[in-house]
Design a protein around this ligand. Structure first.
Ligand SMILES: [Zn+2]
Length: 71
């Protein structure tokens, strides 16, 4: 199963999802901007968490799978 938002990066503080295909035009990030190209000083527009608080949806899914696999 491939999640619909596999290119997404999730804010672990507030749950905001950044999707590369959509970008974040309201703060000047055009659609199609990969997470790697987001400036290091970028902060979550919702809660102000730094870039390091974000985790890729892909990684989160992998972790979830590992947890499930232990049972
Ligand atoms: Zn946030």
């Amino acid at each position: 199963m491939t999640p619909a938002c596999a290119d997404g990066v999730l804010c672990t503080c507030c749950g905001r999802l950044y999707e590369a295909s959509k970008g974040c035009p309201s703060i000047g990030i055009p659609a199609g901007t990969p997470w790697e190209d987001i400036p290091m000083n970028w902060r979550c527009p919702d809660c102000g968490a730094g870039r390091s608080s974000f985790e890729s949806v892909e990684v989160i899914y992998q972790k979830a799978y590992c947890v499930l696999a232990e049972f």
